[in-house]
Design a protein around this ligand. Structure first.
Ligand code: PMP
Length: 428
């Protein structure tokens, strides 16, 4: 762990890529400051070491009798158990390994019962907004407070046929503002109206502990590459019934228990129930192992320590940006609303794209600019939606040089103080 600057703030966890140098447009070079954790976080060194330790020994999974096949199978199933523990799942929940949060939510969308209605806020990431195309979707207005989110959902659910199936999909922490959503209260509202709820924890799980039991959500989805594991693996965990009743997400070996040729020339298949039903083909064992390793590493680092460090970094960024009057931070729930280490802003009169390019070219800082795969939310926050702008007090756009995009800075367990200090100095 890095040397701490302040005795009560733990150091950053060791991650890959901390020594990578990048050229600067001004000549010379500097170490790369990765401040785009919300898109993909660097892998923890510990995760990389765990993967490297296993890599020489991997063999076929689930089907082999050989020693290394058994090792792979054991590793894959242990990873499932580790993730279940990390998410504090109920005993009969299923953990399905997927490619990403997007994949997990699309899987769930394919498992909706007939006639299921879906309720989703317009503020969601597209991965949570778009997969429900075969269902009747109600897209709810952006709320101005967490309480208003709950009331809006309650009103919408009260208006539906209470006997039909319904699903609410909600984020735990916004990928644009970093603000926390009232997940427990939304879950209670959903259940009170006979609906189910899936939590998009893509931005929540890397920053705060997620307890399926405590939040009382029916499913949770997250991505390995935002949780300090490499690309390519994700998780959908939760209730078994809809998953076991649905057609397999992918058809093929591994998902099928028994297959036979019918006398009429067709093919008959009996599908597995549970996670295997949706994991046809050879699974990404290394990816699952990496996710499990990240889960263990975060738990061992301790959420209190991780939280203290993140608050420390967030305070530095907020205090620094507050000294630049042209900077407007985007927020739905207000300046003091609790948030994770994700923050978007505009600089009045400046193009966000130019800012992001300059941060990279002149300072070696990697941030993101754009609409962050949450077009309705960012447009609302930038003032395109006058109702939200007036009621929420979100920053408008400058009469000249209207910022069409925002800049997002995001950080986490591997971020050293120097990266956020360089960022603040560069913006200033
Ligand atoms: N939901 C949220 C809140 C996100 O931030 C993201 C990624 N930006 C996703 C879903 C999709 O994650 P992935 O790209 O890993 O599928």
């Amino acid at each position: 762990a890095e040397k701490t600057l302040c005795h009560d703030v733990p150091g950053a966890l060791p991650v890959l890529g901390r020594d990578v140098t990048v050229p600067l447009v001004t000549g010379g070079e500097t170490t790369y400051a990765a401040l785009d954790y919300a898109a993909s976080a660097p892998a923890l060194q510990r995760v990389w070491d765990d993967v490297a330790a296993y890599a020489p020994y991997y063999g076929s999974v689930h089907r082999g009798a050989g020693h290394l096949s058994q090792l792979s199978t054991g590793l894959f199933e242990n990873a499932r158990a580790t993730v279940a523990e990390f998410l504090d799942c109920r005993a009969d929940d299923q953990v399905v390994f997927t490619r990403s949060t997007t994949d997990s939510l699309n899987l769930l969308a394919r498992a909706l019962p007939d006639g299921c209605r879906v309720f989703v806020f317009e503020t969601e990431h597209h991965a949570a907004l778009l997969p429900w195309r075969d269902a009747q979707v109600t897209c709810l207005d952006a709320p101005c407070t967490p309480q208003q989110a709950v009331e809006t959902l309650e009103r919408a659910l009260a208006d539906r046929d209470p006997h039909g199936p319904a699903l609410v999909c909600v984020t735990g922490a916004s990928n644009v503002t970093g603000e926390l959503w009232p997940v427990r209260e939304l879950a209670a509202a959903a259940h009170a109206h006979g609906a189910r709820i899936v939590l998009d924890a893509a931005q929540l799980a890397p920053h705060l502990p997620v307890s399926v039991r405590d939040l009382d959500v029916d499913w949770v989805a997250f991505s390995g590459h935002k949780l300090y594991a490499p690309f390519g693996s994700g998780v959908l965990a939760g209730r078994a019934d809809w998953l076991s009743a649905a057609e397999p997400y992918l058809a093929g070996g591994g998902a099928s228990r028994a297959v036979a040729r019918r006398p009429d020339g067709g093919v008959e298949v009996e599908w597995h129930e549970g996670a295997a039903r949706h994991e046809a083909g050879s699974p990404n064992v290394i990816g699952a192992h990496a996710v499990a390793s990240a889960c263990k590493a975060l738990t061992e680092a301790g959420w209190d320590n991780l939280g203290a460090r993140e608050r420390h970094l967030l305070a530095k960024v907020r205090e620094g940006l507050a000294e630049v009057p042209e900077v407007k931070i985007l927020s739905l729930f207000g300046a003091d609303a609790p948030r994770v280490g994700v923050l978007s802003f505009v600089v009045e009169g400046r193009s966000s794209s130019d800012l992001a390019v300059a941060l990279s070219a002149e300072y070696g800082i990697g941030v993101r600019d754009g609409l962050f795969c949450a077009h309705p939310l960012v447009r609302t926050l930038l003032g395109g939606d006058r109702r939200a702008r007036r009621e929420c007090g979100a920053p408008g756009s400058a009469p000249d040089g209207t910022p069409l995009h925002a800049v997002r800075v995001s950080f986490g367990a591997g971020t050293p103080d120097e990266h956020v200090e360089r960022f603040v100095a560069a913006v200033k």
